[in-house]
Write a protein that binds this ligand. Structure first.
Ligand SMILES: [Zn+2]
Length: 153
């Protein structure tokens, strides 16, 4: 899924686990839940609370993500100079540029969106091969740093 015509997407920066699936293919996985980002398509947010069937006091059971009263949605930093996740072997992380659209909650340092899609990924020492392969599979630009990356879809 591309960004729909006429929509000006949010631009953001985020990290993923540099994961490898059972077929040995690189996958981008969210940091804080085991969600694999689809290739060539947008990731769609769902609320983890409803996924788990939890009932939360004072809130209807289930809402479209993200919701201002919840923590759900696809997260991104608004600025490229965010603090990366600390290295934690054997976990490996990659950073990239994402576009977000649909419903969203905007904060001063970041945003949460209903739909997001990576458009570029940073090469990372020791992960060069993984990054090249992931870029091919996901249709991403590879860059060495965030400045200079094009931000158009
Ligand atoms: Zn929620």
């Amino acid at each position: 899924m591309r960004v729909p015509d006429g929509i000006q997407p949010l631009t953001g920066y985020r990290e993923w686990h540099a994961w490898t699936d059972l077929e040995g293919m690189p996958v981008l996985m969210s940091l804080y839940r085991p969600a694999i980002w689809p290739r060539w398509e947008a990731m769609k947010a769902s609320c983890l609370k409803t996924d788990l069937g939890l009932w939360v006091r004072g809130r209807p059971a289930g809402h479209r993500a993200p919701d201002g009263s919840c923590q759900c949605g696809l997260y991104a930093h608004r600025f490229p100079d965010f603090e990366p996740v600390a290295p934690n072997a054997p976990h490996r992380y990659v950073r990239g540029l994402v576009l977000g659209w649909g419903k969203y909650v905007l904060g001063s340092l970041g945003w949460r969106a209903e739909l997001a899609r990576p458009v570029a990924i940073l090469s990372s020492p020791g992960l060069e091969e993984w990054v090249e392969h992931a870029a091919d599979l996901y249709g991403l630009e590879v860059a060495t740093s965030f400045p200079g990356l094009r931000t158009a879809a």
